[in-house]
Design a protein around this ligand. Structure first.
Ligand code: HEC
Ligand code: HEC
Length: 232
């Protein structure tokens, strides 16, 4: 486990270094054209445009407003920020980046992203929000309720399963089926359930790494467990 984490960190360091080199070139270019305070904003919008170009080409077919597979709509930045698909400044905590670099998305790896596409996304997430993160509001959609199906589609799928499903079950925790989720739950007792302890950081590593579950999301999981953790 620890070896795995070390390997992942090493990879991240190597990729970050490669991106740093690229970023320097970008910042240099921005500096020569304009040294005033507008340069940060225009750099951000350039990075965002490039990143949106990659997402449009590689992801939008299955992740658009009409057909947001896995509740991901790559045309909706607010929703990507809200669901932590994109965490400003933190590519390694951003679910879209994770899915891509683990080779999980796109599903057909024949259309996988090139190294330069990946560099564009990393650069945008790392440097594209330096002039401020846009205000994020809860996206419209079915309201989150304290039921398994609602928690699955609105929390596990979007915020957890990238690291807790199938062959990629970090810490041996898989949240991709009811039976697997129940291995982390003591029905009727949220305080004794590692699932709940993880999202509030009580005695175990806070999840998702770095935190980010809203009060509403935490109480949906708590209430679902305390009312019997049914398959509902
Ligand atoms: C051919 C269709 C298709 C394409 C193209 C595609 N996806 Fe997906 N994606 C899916 C489907 C279907 C799901 C929901 C089922 C699943 O999670 O496997 C999904 C789920 C996801 C999820 C949520 C996974 C989770 O469990 O947390 C993320 C994040 C994601 N895709 C990112 C991307 C990104 C980024 C791209 C582009 C690089 C992309 N996808 C391209 C079909 C696609
Ligand atoms: C970016 C990857 C990532 C995401 C996203 C993520 N986790 Fe984790 N999770 C981990 C890692 C890594 C560990 C092991 C942490 C450790 O041992 O310190 C872990 C451990 C856990 C554990 C076991 C804690 C323990 O000590 O026994 C639980 C439960 C858990 N995660 C739940 C969740 C839930 C719920 C979500 C979504 C709300 C989530 N995780 C999202 C990477 C992730």
């Amino acid at each position: 486990m620890i070896n795995k984490i070390k390997k992942t960190s090493l990879l991240l360091v190597i990729t970050s270094l490669a991106f740093l080199y690229q970023n320097c070139a970008l910042v240099k270019n921005a500096g020569t054209t304009s040294a005033n305070s507008d340069s940060a904003a225009s750099l951000s919008s350039t990075l965002e445009q490039k990143a949106m170009g990659v997402l449009a080409a590689k992801c939008m077919g299955c992740h658009n407003a009409k057909n947001p597979q896995g509740y991901l709509d790559v045309t909706n930045l607010n929703s990507m920020l809200y669901y932590r698909q994109v965490v400003p400044g933190e590519p390694q905590l951003s679910n879209i980046f994770y899915e891509i670099t683990q080779g999980l998305m796109p599903p057909d790896q024949n259309s996988a992203l090139s190294q330069s596409d990946i560099a564009i996304l990393s650069d945008w997430i790392t440097n594209g929000f330096k002039d401020g993160t846009p205000t994020v509001t809860a996206p419209s959609g079915p309201p989150l309720t304290a039921t398994y199906s609602s928690i699955k589609s609105q929390i596990f799928v979007v915020s957890c399963n990238g690291c807790h499903s199938g062959a990629n079950a970090k810490a041996g925790v898989s949240l991709d089926s009811y039976d697997n989720v129940m291995k982390t739950v003591t029905a009727g007792n949220s305080a004794a359930s590692v699932l709940y302890k993880a999202i509030i950081g009580d005695g175990v590593t806070l999840m998702p790494p770095g935190g980010g579950m809203s009060a509403k999301q935490k109480s949906a999981i708590k209430d679902w467990i305390d009312t019997g953790a049914l398959l509902n």
